[in-house]
Design a binder for this molecule. Structure first.
Ligand code: RP5
Length: 187
């Protein structure tokens, strides 16, 4: 993955062809923005990035803090649609308002991933992310690594609505998971 600025990583993997007017074209512009509140979230959120890479989905990872860099947060989210993003993943821990703040500035789908925190083991992050008042939705995933992986998978299923090749990859992913379970022998 290329590093473009201090706080950004860009994956240029294409998704293959997109249905509609762009059929057959490789999509190398980031479709998913993975935004996290701190560098300390990266160990968890790299799992989201790796999952998107596995599906060949171009994405960008950034550190943006809702409270330490509030204007950057609003600038990113309010221009995300114009920049071509289709889904934003927002990850934060503690008083985890990042996903909600991003969602306040865009109508793109925002998926929230609560980080495991030191003080309350992520329960604080979960409640802060999930309890959005009606009107500004944040679809919240599980705490930590499973949430990071599932946010990426959820983002892929959103993109797959208009990209048959991604839908096919999701089917193959599920089949591989099932085959692994079926082949499990307890010793
Ligand atoms: C949140 O505070 C971040 O998302 C992170 O999970 C948590 C702790 O941040 P650091 O103090 O490690 O930078 O804003």
């Amino acid at each position: 993955m290329a590093k473009s600025k201090n706080n950004e990583k860009v994956s240029k993997a294409g998704t293959g062809s997109k249905s509609g007017s762009k059929a057959g074209a490789n999509e190398t512009k980031p479709l998913i923005g993975i935004v996290m509140g701190s560098q300390s979230d990266w160990d968890t959120m790299r799992n989201a990035s790796e999952t998107l890479t596995q599906f060949g989905v171009a994405h960008e990872c950034k550190v943006i803090s809702a409270h330490r860099s509030p204007s950057l947060a609003s600038e990113f989210a309010s221009t995300a649609e114009k920049q071509g993003y289709e889904v934003i993943i927002g990850a934060a821990g503690g008083a985890a308002h990042l996903a909600g703040v991003l969602a306040a500035h865009t109508t793109l789908p925002v998926l929230g991933v609560p980080m495991r925190s030191e003080a309350l083991n992520g329960l604080d992050s979960l409640l802060a992310t999930v309890q959005m008042p009606g009107g500004i939705p944040v679809a919240t995933l599980a705490i930590g690594k499973p949430g990071a992986v599932n946010a990426a998978l959820f983002a892929v299923s959103i993109l797959a609505n208009s990209r048959p090749e991604l839908r096919e990859k999701l089917h193959r992913f599920r089949e591989a998971q099932e085959a692994k379970i079926r082949a499990t022998v307890l010793t």
